[in-house]
Design a protein. Structure first.
Length: 417
C-alpha cells in the first residue's frame, strides 16, 4: 500500500509506526473473510481492509479536513480488536497497532459527545479498581431488577464461594498471579482453583496486593497514558519478586484471564520508549504466562481426575489470535480425560471484547448468540473458556452454564480424592 505522508508528518513517532503498518498491507481482503463485524454487516468499512483505508485517509488528511468525521469513528468503534484478521493475513499486517493509533487520532480530531465521554470515563473508573468494582457489583446484585439490561446480563446472580486457597509458600517453585480487576468480584473461584491445581503440582502461587488492573481497559478506551501508568505500577509491584537476591526469583507471572495476559505480554512494546521502564517491561513480558502455558509443560497426566465431563471450549480471541495459543487448552483438557465437543467457527469472536458488549450491545448480542449456537450444537454439559469477559458475556444469555476451564479441572480433581 502506498502512503503519502509529508516529511514533517514522519517526524512523529505514531505516524512513522502507522506508515510502517500501512505499507505492509497488500489490500488482498483475506481479512474480511474472518472478520466478525464484516460477516454481520457486509460493509467494507466494517472489515479490516476498509478500516485500514479509513485510517490511512484520516492520518494523511490535514487538520480540520472534512474527510474525518463521526462516521469514521463509528466504523473504528465497531471493531472488536479480536485480531482474527492478523491470524488470517498473509502479509503479517499488525492491524491492532494501527487501530490503537487510529482510534487515538480520531478521539483528538473529532471529540465525542458528552454522553459518550461520560460513559467511557465511567467504565474506566468502575471496572479497573477491584474494591470499587466489588462494591458496585454487590449493589447491582442487591438491586438487580433496576440495572440496565446490558449490565444486568453480566452480573452473576449471587456471590460465588471461592473455596479454600492454599498458601503455597513451602514449595520450592514459586510463581506470581495477577488477580485482575473484575475477575475477583465476578468469578473469585477462578484464581483460587488455579492455586489449588498448581499446589498439587508443587507450585506456589502468590498474589501481589500492589498489582492491580493490567491497563488494557484504559488503553483500549484510548486513555493510553493511564494504561501505561497501570503497567508501570504493576512492574514496580512485581519487580522485587523478580529480582530476589541470590537469583531465586519467581518462574512466571500467571494470568488466568487471557485478555490480561495478552496485554501484559505487550508491556515491552507499549513502554519501549520509556527509558526508565523499557528493560523491565520487556522482562515482565517474557515472564508473563497464560495458565495453560504453565500446565501444558507439567506432568498433568499423573493427576487423578474424576470421570471427565462433556465440555465445549470457547477459545477467547486474546488467547488464540493475540497470544497464538489456539488449541492449547483443548490439548490439556483432553490429556486430563475430558470429552470435548466440536465447535464450528471456533475462530470467531463471542462479542465480549472488553467493554465492547456495553458500548456496542446490539452487535455483541448477535455475536454471542451465534457463538452459543455453535458451542451448544454438540450438547455439552458445560461451556468453558479462558477469559472472564467471555465467561460473563456468554453466561449472560442464561443458556448452558459457563465456567473458567480451570474450575472444572479443580472440581474433577477434588471429586477424585
Amino acid at each position: 500500500m502506498q502512503t503519502h505522508f509529508t516529511e514533517e508528518d514522519l517526524k512523529k513517532p505514531h505516524i512513522r509506526e502507522a506508515d510502517r503498518v500501512l505499507r505492509s498491507c497488500v489490500h488482498c481482503g483475506f481479512c474480511n473473510a474472518t472478520c466478525p463485524t464484516y460477516q454481520l454487516l457486509g460493509d467494507e468499512r466494517d472489515g479490516p481492509r476498509g478500516r485500514i483505508y479509513l485510517m490511512k485517509e484520516m492520518l494523511e488528511a490535514p487538520e480540520g479536513s472534512d474527510k474525518v468525521t463521526e462516521e469514521t469513528r463509528l466504523h473504528l468503534d465497531r471493531c472488536l480488536t479480536c485480531r482474527n484478521c492478523e491470524t488470517t493475513c498473509p502479509s503479517g499486517v499488525e492491524y491492532h497497532k494501527l487501530l490503537d493509533i487510529g482510534r487515538a487520532e480520531i478521539e483528538r480530531r473529532v471529540p465525542r459527545r458528552p454522553a459518550e465521554r461520560a460513559q467511557r470515563y465511567a467504565l474506566r473508573k468502575m471496572l479497573v479498581e477491584p474494591k470499587r468494582f466489588q462494591a458496585l457489583l454487590r449493589l447491582g446484585q442487591t438491586f438487580r431488577p433496576l440495572v440496565p439490561g446490558a449490565l444486568r446480563d453480566k452480573l452473576p446472580p449471587a456471590p460465588v464461594n471461592a473455596g479454600k486457597r492454599p498458601d503455597g509458600q513451602s514449595h520450592a517453585r514459586q510463581m506470581l498471579i495477577l488477580e485482575g480487576c473484575v475477575q475477583p468480584g465476578l468469578s473469585p473461584n477462578t484464581n483460587a482453583a488455579t492455586a489449588r491445581v498448581l499446589d498439587r503440582l508443587g507450585i506456589g502461587l502468590t498474589p501481589v496486593a500492589e498489582a492491580g488492573c493490567c491497563g488494557a481497559i484504559d488503553f483500549h478506551l484510548n486513555a493510553h497514558d493511564d494504561g501505561r501508568a497501570r503497567a508501570r505500577a504493576n512492574i514496580d509491584a512485581w519487580w522485587p519478586h523478580i529480582e530476589k537476591e541470590g537469583g531465586a526469583g519467581i518462574e512466571a507471572i500467571v494470568q488466568t484471564a487471557s485478555g490480561c495476559g495478552a496485554f501484559v505480554k505487550e508491556y515491552g512494546e507499549i513502554l519501549k520508549d520509556d527509558p526508565a521502564y523499557a528493560e523491565k517491561a520487556a522482562r515482565v513480558g517474557e515472564l508473563a504466562k497464560d495458565l495453560v502455558e504453565v500446565l501444558r509443560n507439567e506432568a498433568i497426566d499423573s493427576l487423578e481426575v474424576a470421570q471427565g465431563r462433556r465440555l465445549a471450549f470457547h477459545c477467547p480471541c486474546t488467547l488464540q489470535h493475540a497470544q497464538k495459543l489456539g488449541g492449547a487448552v483443548e490439548t490439556v483438557l483432553t490429556r486430563l480425560g475430558f470429552s470435548l465437543t466440536p465447535v464450528a467457527d471456533a475462530h470467531l469472536c463471542c462479542g465480549s471484547a472488553g467493554t465492547y458488549a456495553i458500548t456496542q450491545p446490539e452487535l455483541a448480542t448477535q455475536l454471542r448468540d451465534n457463538k452459543l449456537d455453535n458451542l451448544e450444537a454438540g450438547k455439552p454439559e458445560v461451556i468453558v473458556t479462558a477469559n472472564i469477559g467471555c465467561q460473563t458475556h456468554l453466561a449472560g444469555a442464561n443458556r448452558t452454564p459457563v465456567s473458567h476451564w480451570i474450575e472444572i479441572v479443580d472440581e474433577a480433581l477434588s471429586s477424585a480424592n
